[in-house]
Write a protein that binds this ligand. Structure first.
Ligand code: ZN
Length: 132
């Protein structure tokens, strides 16, 4: 794990501790770096009305976009699953909104990096802003 991935991993682990996941008990942390080099992080936030819950990627992207940033360079998620867990389909599309062909997506477990993807690898032939 290189220094940047380590930094993102540690930030994602830290924010994961703040996940609000009383229903699934599935705590997820997400940290990302934008093209400006700024890091943002978010955790999943569940809701008693289940569909209103937010994935960690959604909260991290919301914080980033609310700060006025629009380009994700690297994004990393971490969960406590024993097996490889990647972003859900909805989050893949949410990431896609702010991704470039060079955006790197890391999926981590508690012990560290599981897998690394490109945007096209995670969501091939995707629909994006350039289609509108
Ligand atoms: Zn998701």
């Amino acid at each position: 794990m290189d220094a940047e991935v380590r930094r993102l991993f540690e930030a994602a682990r830290a924010v994961q501790a703040n996940a609000h996941a009383p229903y699934s008990n599935y705590h997820v942390g997400c940290a990302l770096v934008t093209d400006s080099g700024t890091m943002y992080a978010g955790a999943n936030i569940e809701n008693a009305a289940y569909p209103q819950g937010l994935c960690a990627e959604a909260t991290a992207l919301a914080v980033m976009a609310s700060a006025g940033e629009r380009v994700v360079s690297v994004i990393l998620t971490v969960c406590d699953s024993e097996f490889l867990a990647t972003s859900c389909g909805g989050c893949r599309q949410k990431i896609r909104e702010f991704a470039t062909p060079d955006t790197v997506i890391h999926a981590c477990g508690p012990q560290g990096l599981w897998a690394t993807y490109s945007m096209d690898g995670l969501l091939p032939d995707s629909f994006g802003p350039e289609h509108l």
